[in-house]
Design a binder for this molecule. Structure first.
Ligand SMILES: Cc1ncc(COP(=O)(O)O)c(C=O)c1O
Length: 366
């Protein structure tokens, strides 16, 4: 019997275990030297001026929005098709999330619809590099610059992704997650990147009780710090990120070439991007002979995990409906949420696993 192939699997080796063990033995468990080294390494890797480590990706987004100092009722535009944290971080501040539709092939924010959704109250845009593919940064950055709107990049799924040769997260304020399913992990964990000196100062104060050092508290802050245990893990994972990414891209290329089912469309890569395949997401088209759910059951029964990221547009979630998002329509987001299906693409897959995934999906009969 072959082992079940999960949809995601972190790679933790002896080096990670040794690095975490060394921190545990040192007794310096909370934020310290390893976190600082991880921040410096991450900023250097990205080509960003600063990196500020926090305890998860949701907190990264929360602090990035908090640091803008917006007022209740100000509007923040996010794509309608993303993980819910992207929009929730506006709610944490009493801000109003406004949803823009997405491109039907890249699943990323549609700059034309973004333009349409701007009002005099729009203060920020949070673009998402969904599944590891950068959104149209040229267009979105231009819109934000022209209108004097802040831009945040949700890079939770895009470690090492590139747009026109520059890393995602080095264009604006970048927010990363290191959750175990992500392209690199620290267990829970997050990072904010910025090139802006004053933003960096505000983020560091927000992260740790507004403390400039030695209990001198100059502003309201929180305890959103990362531990050295996570920092040490992150440093090793960062050194391996390019190897992980190369494997993800190779795996995706194999699936692109070898999946041949009428009505299943393999992912579309936009021009000028380095897609890092956090997820490998196919579209189930109208001419597919069966349904997405039947195909997922078929794969599950044959030992292959799959998932739907995400089954609803954000405003269709019960919580958002309760908030009053009942008349919002982003037709493409709704449509793709019914069509997308993620297949395993993670770097732990063997050539045999990949072959098996392609053969199994190709053998599906309605
Ligand atoms: C697009 C997106 N934004 C934000 C987050 C939040 O990150 P975390 O789970 O580390 O809080 C995630 C992670 O699941 C995500 O996929």
């Amino acid at each position: 019997m072959r082992d079940f192939i999960p949809i995601a699997k972190p790679i933790i080796g002896d080096e990670e275990i040794a690095a975490v063990g060394a921190v545990l033995r040192s007794g310096m468990l909370a934020q310290g030297k390893e976190v600082k080294q991880f921040e410096d390494g991450f900023a250097g890797y990205l080509g960003a001026k600063y990196a500020i480590a926090v305890n998860n990706g949701t907190v990264a987004l929360d602090l990035a929005v908090k640091a803008l100092g917006l007022k209740p009722g100000d509007e923040v535009i996010t794509p309608a098709f993303t993980f819910i944290a992207t929009a929730n971080c506006a709610l944490y501040q009493g801000l109003t999330p406004v949803f823009a539709d997405v491109d039907p092939r890249t699943f990323n924010i549609d700059p034309d619809d973004l333009q349409e959704k701007i009002t005099p109250r729009t203060r920020a845009v949070i673009g998402v590099h969904l599944y590891g593919q950068p959104f149209d940064l040229s267009a979105v950055q231009q819109i934000c610059e022209d209108r004097g709107i802040h831009l945040i990049e949700d890079c939770a799924q895009a470690h090492g992704a590139e747009y026109k040769g520059k890393k995602a997260g080095s264009f604006a304020t970048g927010c990363f997650s290191f959750y175990p399913t992500k392209n690199m992990t620290t267990g829970e964990g997050g990072m904010i990147t910025t090139n802006d000196d004053s933003m960096e100062q505000r983020l560091r104060l927000l992260r740790s009780h507004g403390d400039t050092g030695k209990y001198n508290h100059v502003s309201l802050g929180y305890n959103y710090r990362m531990m050295n245990i996570q920092g040490a893990l992150g440093l090793v994972q960062l050194q391996r990120l390019e190897e992980f990414t190369a494997k993800r891209i190779k795996n995706a290329e194999f699936l692109d070439k070898n999946i041949k089912v009428k009505g299943i469309t393999t992912p579309r890569r936009a021009d000028g991007v380095r897609h890092v395949y956090h997820q490998y997401v196919v579209r189930v088209e109208d001419d597919f002979a069966s349904s997405r759910e039947k195909l997922m059951e078929f794969l599950q029964a044959r030992g292959i995990g799959s998932a739907v990221h995400y089954p609803k547009a954000v405003y269709e979630q019960p919580f958002y409906r309760k908030l009053g998002y009942t008349n919002v329509r982003c037709p493409v987001a709704e449509d793709v949420s019914r069509r997308v299906m993620s297949l395993p693409v993670h770097p732990s897959l063997s050539q045999d696993d990949l072959q098996y995934i392609a053969e199994t999906i190709n053998s599906f009969e309605a």
